[in-house]
Design a protein around this ligand. Structure first.
Ligand SMILES: [Ca+2]
Ligand SMILES: [Ca+2]
Ligand SMILES: [Ca+2]
Length: 500
């Protein structure tokens, strides 16, 4: 039998007996007396407190109680105990709990939780001894029992990630070196209830009280830091963050990186970012050299290299890739006017899919030189279609014979929008490529000539109509006869993308 049903049955019995026997006359009734099992709590409590009480009546029985935490708002209950969540309002707060028993002399009882009015005779807003509860007249203990609770305010807790575990913190750790845009994720909680968190404050490179602590909205869980916020360029940085509750109690100050780690922020050297998505030194050297030479050395020392290959494993992306593609990786790309992204046969197409469309949409230009694995998965085909001017890719390679495209084969540049790139001549190595099919708003820019080892004139380079992305499926480093592949990169960077 539940407590409530027990009470109801008791009440039923009581009403029956009241009808059968003489009704208790209010003026004859003795009010009940209320007991709390303690009259003070010596140790500070957390903000959730358990309280129990009882009442006795000399000429009847106790049927319920009214209680208050503020001497203003009194509520009816039939229960003998409860757990209360108290709102800590300052660092530490003394709460006073008052409770008064009600006996069985009333005709009608309040409902559970009903607020009970009192006559505030001295107009001070509080219930004082002797002030009447008209609804309970004569049935309520005139001297409520009181209990004082010193409530301790506990400090908020702050951590990196989704919770307080080391694993979570690690999952949102930044690369050791980042560009001038960083995204942080924080977990904030307070033992007194998350609603008691008032603010989150952070400071760059200074954790003293006099530091320029900036306030984040209290619900912030993800936030970004840029140069405007005080990131130091070409230097180690540290960010400090703390949470405060409504009692102005502060969490410990959390630091990123942790004390034995470093976080270096590098400035962009120039307008071009070269993304090394490739494990081949020969190819790396080709692109670094090409970017240094073009435009009469205009970009020598004015481009950056992002290596997304070397620290990549089968299970995890390279350590240079931040945990947040959006916004951190995308905003890092946005620090550059153009990206040259070259791959080997295991390209990071998922990353390209996630980042390049937002990058080009905000004005960035992309030269993507893709090598592709055989077989080429449906997933990778979809990823490429999502970010590039390619509508589809042939089901099999132009020829599976690595020697089908012989040295000396010309890769024919196709006129597009009134311009034409240089023809490229294969110099060395083996070339295994798929035919590309452009989207409706894109133009082919390179094709193989008619040959005996393949069908038709397979397209190997495509450019969108807005000249924002050029997708080449040609190993430029093997097609650099007379430096014409370098000339091509120069034409793209200077004439098509207008990078200066
Ligand atoms: Ca009584
Ligand atoms: Ca009063
Ligand atoms: Ca607190």
């Amino acid at each position: 039998m539940t407590y409530i049903s027990y009470i109801l049955i008791m009440l039923g019995v009581l009403l029956l007996s009241s009808c059968n026997e003489t009704l208790i006359h209010p003026s004859d009734n003795q009010p009940p007396n209320t007991t709390l099992f303690l009259d003070s709590i010596r140790n500070q409590q957390n903000s959730r407190v358990y309280v129990s009480w009882s009442g006795e009546d000399t000429d009847g029985m106790v049927i319920g109680y009214i209680f208050t935490w503020d001497k203003k708002n009194w509520y009816f209950t039939r229960n003998n105990d409860s757990t209360f969540a108290l709102q800590v309002e300052s660092s530490d707060t003394n709460f006073r709990f008052s409770i008064a028993a009600i006996d069985n002399s009333l005709k009608q009882y309040p409902y559970e939780g009903e607020r009970i009015e009192f006559v505030d005779k001295n107009n001070n807003g509080f219930h004082d001894p002797g002030e009447d509860f008209p609804q309970l007249h004569g049935a309520v203990d005139p001297t409520p029992a009181n209990l004082f609770f010193p409530i301790k305010n506990s400090a908020p807790i702050i951590a990196w990630g989704n919770d307080t575990t080391a694993k979570s913190s690690l999952s949102v750790a930044l690369p050791d070196t980042t560009f001038a845009f960083a995204t942080f994720k924080i977990f904030v909680t307070d033992p007194d209830g998350d609603a008691t968190i008032e603010s989150i404050e952070w400071s760059m490179n200074d954790s003293s009280q006099n530091a320029n602590w900036k306030t984040l909205p209290k619900n912030t869980r993800l936030f970004n830091v840029t140069i405007k916020d005080g990131l130091l360029l070409n230097a180690n940085n540290a960010i400090y963050i703390r949470a405060k509750d409504i009692g102005k109690l502060s969490s410990k100050v959390l630091r990123y990186p942790s004390t034995n780690k470093t976080w270096y922020v590098r400035a962009a050297k120039g307008p071009i970012l070269l993304i090394k998505d490739c494990a081949n030194k020969d190819i790396d050297n080709f692109y670094s050299r090409a970017l240094s030479l073009i435009g009469s050395n205009t970009f020598d020392g004015r481009f950056d290299v992002l290596d997304i290959n070397t620290t990549r494993t089968a299970d995890a992306p390279a350590k240079t890739i931040p945990p947040f593609i959006n916004p951190m990786f995308i905003e890092s790309l946005n620090l550059y006017s153009a990206i040259v992204w070259y791959t080997d046969k295991s390209p990071s197409m998922t990353l390209a899919q996630q980042s390049l469309t937002p990058y080009t949409r905000s004005g960035g230009k992309v030269l993507f030189i893709a090598d592709l694995p055989a077989p080429l998965s449906e997933d990778m085909r979809t990823e490429i279609r999502d970010f590039s001017p390619i509508d589809s890719i042939g089901s099999s390679e132009v020829s599976s014979d690595p020697l089908a495209i012989r040295n000396g084969t010309e890769f024919i540049a196709l006129e597009h929008g009134g311009t034409i790139y240089p023809n490229l001549i294969k110099e060395r190595g083996s070339v295994l490529v798929y035919p590309l099919y452009p989207k409706a708003n894109a133009k082919p820019v390179y094709a193989l000539p008619v040959g005996t080892k393949w069908q038709g004139t397979p397209i190997l380079g495509v450019q969108d109509d807005e000249s924002t992305m050029i997708f080449l499926h040609m190993p430029l480093h093997l097609l650099n006869t007379n430096d014409q592949a370098i000339k091509l990169i120069e034409r793209i960077m200077l004439d098509e993308f207008k990078i200066r």
